[in-house]
Ligand binder design. Structure first.
Ligand code: ADP
Ligand code: ZN
Ligand code: ZN
Length: 750
């Protein structure tokens, strides 16, 4: 017997499989991880296939050293998925296979956790007797006494009474007095999460109708759905019911959420209804926890997986359902190599494994809604909130008028008034400002110089240490590379002392609220406050418990959170996202505003939303204020059709980076020339190219690298895919001192 093995080598991608002989008696199946000799060393690999014969000299074939697990770590459909992804991304299979395993399984960096216990092998009386005989070793005597009182006991427990008991334990075992056993235990994350909402609600008519479409598809093992339900329409209850049926059918389900911050809430709902059969999988778990959850899923002990995008690769067998909640979120794209879109992966898995797919959102992506309208998937709508709760009332405040009437604060008078009423009634408020830090930039009043990062072409943000004094302890930070610098006392350009601060971030808004409402406890949620394993959960719990009354945060707080006590939502600067130079900035702004507005009035009391903006006349702001998704979609869809943006075309680029500016420029020009030559020979590709131009991107240098891009606008089609494959290879051809990569519809074009 022989097997084909993809060898996993760090930093180096060996694209093709190698043939190894399978020693007699070794039980291997496709997907099993193995150790194999590779050159002078031993490497890990994954078995792709088993064959009866080898196509070259059997004497030269080396043997598999051993199997790393006694089961295939990669299930057959996931092996196929890895192949398909490698084909589509034009990357080596070893890279996509890595996505299917918890990182720490590679190189054996994580082990199963075990608990050692000691148990008497003789009667209690005999043990007590033996203890009396034990004159030479007080340790052995004490252990026997302890076990005579209570047996079995864990070794850790004994260790609390007897220091370093191991040697004594072994001696007692060798004399046949006790038995030592080792048993595996699983580290289960999220045990501290409070279980909410444990009762099944009586479904609303809309939830009922939607489920009547979904449940038969679950029986058949097919169906693609886009569930468009307004904020607070009770989409989660639909998922819970669909998962219940999936479990009853003996199948498993995966629920994807766009941010780790949203996992505790989802886990709490699912554990409350289904118990420990619900597992969590995301990158903030400790290595041991992730490994154990992964194994719980692989063994079928956990059949509901909740997690961020990488959970789409969970080893769930007999998959019946994948739900992608808040499907419009760009976090479903992975920008790391190999790049993937979790929604596409989910669709591919569902097709291959006979499962149903539900994409859900209050503000579906333009792409998904367009597909649903075309009939590629079934549109399900829930236009009303549960229990006849009204949509929140939205007021748009013109910040230019605030300035004119002398209010220079980041908070409008209307928002302050609403806040004090809301807090006066004992309710909660959320404030969104999509920028972290204290001030967004620092500039000289005399010459206009803006302090920029020395390694990146971006202005530095002013941060104050938590509980620091903004006057004294502030420092500048680069949000791209993390570099930190003191605030200059004089302008480095003209020497003037008139250094001023501009633009507010989350820290400034929090300081402002504390100044205006000194009695009120606030919580802040942004990248700076959510570090560590439980950063998110801690802040959200502070707010959920009611201890904190105002939650200030970046877009993190806009998504999917359900806090019934929140009756006021304030958007500090609605224009921030609208001003970004990206064809999606209108879509993102509409989604962000509608989503954050949807956090208000989810409980029994109605909600109010205040949107502050310098552009109240902008149609996107007006449509978001009305929360009119349909009207927004129609307008945006037309705009994209006319301006030839996705989904009508594909935007792609080759991004070129080099420490030297001249090198970056030269490499870009050479590459453009070669691509044009190729296009001259390939008319079928040329026909697909609407635009091709070489330029410096919005950020000209980043992390010390000078950047250039070759931008493409392409028509869709099979030839385009081939052309993109060629561009990938062209970009990845090694060059001295220059890095390049090809990006297909990138999430960010900076
Ligand atoms: P969405 O995700 O659509 O914004 P959620 O699923 O978070 O909405 O539901 C909003 C709130 O309504 C939750 O607190 C949920 O428990 C509650 N809810 C959902 N369905 C029902 C129902 N049928 N009856 C009563 N309350 C419900
Ligand atoms: Zn100056
Ligand atoms: Zn920087």
């Amino acid at each position: 017997m022989y097997c084909q093995v993809i060898v996993d080598i760090a930093h180096e991608n060996v694209a093709k499989p190698f043939t190894y002989a399978v020693p007699a008696g070794m039980d291997l199946a496709p997907g099993t991880r193995v150790a194999v000799p590779f050159g002078p060393r031993e490497k890990e690999g994954v078995v792709l296939a088993l064959t009866e014969s080898a196509d070259f000299d059997p004497k030269k074939i080396r043997q598999v050293s051993r199997a790393l697990e006694d089961y295939p770590a990669i299930l057959p459909p996931l092996l196929d998925l890895a192949r398909e992804m490698a084909d589509r991304a034009h990357c080596p299979l070893a890279e996509t296979l890595r996505l299917m395993l918890p990182a720490e399984m590679r190189g054996g960096r994580v082990r199963a956790k075990t608990v050692e216990t000691a148990e008497l092998a003789v009667s209690r009386g005999e043990a007590a007797e033996a203890a009396l005989q034990e004159k030479r070793s007080p340790k052995r005597r004490r252990i026997l006494e302890l076990l005579a009182e209570e047996s079995p006991r864990t070794v850790a427990d004994i260790g609390r009474e007897v220091r370093e008991p191991r040697e004594a334990l072994r001696a007692l075992r060798d004399r046949g007095l006790i038995r030592l056993t080792e048993e595996e235990t699983l580290r289960t994350p999220g045990a501290e999460i409070r279980l909410d909402n444990s009762q099944w609600h009586a479904l609303t008519a809309e939830q009922q109708e939607v489920l009547e479409e979904i449940l038969p598809a679950l029986e058949r093992g097919d169906g693609r759905f886009l569930l468009h339900g307004v904020t607070g329409s009770g989409k989660t209850e639909v998922f819970l019911n669909a998962v219940r049926r999936t479990l009853e059918n003996g199948k498993s389900a995966i629920i994807l959420v766009p941010e780790i911050a949203l996992t505790p809430q989802m886990v709490s709902w699912f554990r409350a209804r289904f118990g420990p059969v619900a597992a969590v999988l995301h990158s903030r778990l400790s290595a041991g926890e992730r490994y154990d959850e992964w194994r719980r899923i692989r063994r079928g002990e956990a059949r509901v997986v909740i997690g961020a995008r990488s959970a789409v690769f969970a080893p769930a067998e007999h998959l019946g359902l994948i739900v992608v909640d808040e499907e419009h979120e760009s976090t479903y794209f992975s920008d790391h190599h190999p790049r993937y879109d979790a929604r596409e992966v989910a669709e591919s898995r569902c097709g291959r494994e006979g499962a149903s797919l539900i994409l859900a959102s209050a503000t579906p992506s333009i792409l998904s809604f367009a597909r649903a309208r075309r009939g590629d998937c079934m549109l399900l709508e829930m236009p009303r909130r549960v229990a006849d709760r009204p949509m929140p009332e939205v007021a748009v405040v013109d910040m230019r008028q605030e300035l004119e009437s002398g209010n220079r604060s980041v908070l409008s008078r209307e928002l302050v008034r609403e806040l004090s009423e809301c807090l006066g009634r004992g309710e909660q408020a959320m404030l969104l400002i999509n920028r972290r830090g204290y001030h967004s930039f620092v500039s000289c009043r005399m010459c206009g110089y803006v302090v920029k990062c020395s390694d990146c072409d971006v202005s530095m943000t002013c941060h104050v240490p938590e509980d620091g004094d903004p006057g004294k302890n502030a420092r500048l930070r680069c949000h791209y590379c993390g570099r930190s610098a003191p605030i200059p006392e004089r302008c480095p350009e003209c020497g003037s002392p008139y250094i001023r601060y501009f633009g507010a971030g989350t820290q400034k808004v929090e300081a402002e609220i504390r100044r205006l409402f000194p009695e009120t406890v606030t919580a802040r949620m942004d990248i700076d406050t959510t570090g560590g394993k439980d950063g998110h959960a801690r802040i959200l719990e502070e707010f959920r418990s009611g201890r904190a009354r105002v939650l200030i945060g970046t877009q993190m707080i806009a998504k999917g959170l359900d806090f019934p006590q929140v009756t006021l939502v304030g958007v500090i600067a609605a224009d921030l996202t609208l001003n970004l130079p990206d064809y999606r900035s209108r879509e993102r702004t509409f989604q962000l505003l509608t989503q954050v507005a949807g956090r208000a009035g989810r409980g029994k009391r109605p909600g109010k939303v205040v949107i502050q903006t310098y552009r109240p006349e902008d149609p996107v702001i007006a449509l978001a204020a009305r929360q009119d998704y349909r009207a927004f979609f129609e307008a945006e869809f037309q705009r994209r059709r006319i301006s030839l943006y996705p989904p009508f075309t594909i935007l792609a680029r080759v991004l070129i980076e080099s420490p030297g500016e001249a090198e970056a420029e030269q490499a870009a020009q050479e590459m453009e020339r070669r691509i044009r030559e190729t296009l001259a020979d390939r008319p079928e590709w040329r026909k697909k190219v609407l635009l091709m131009s070489t330029e410096a991107p919005g950020i000209r240098f980043l992390r010390g690298m000078n950047r250039r891009q070759i931008l493409f606008k392409l028509l869709t089609g099979k030839d385009t895919e081939d052309f993109c494959g060629y561009l990938t290879e062209e970009a990845e051809t090694p060059r001295d001192g220059v890095q390049a990569c090809f990006e297909y519809n990138p999430v960010s074009m900076i």
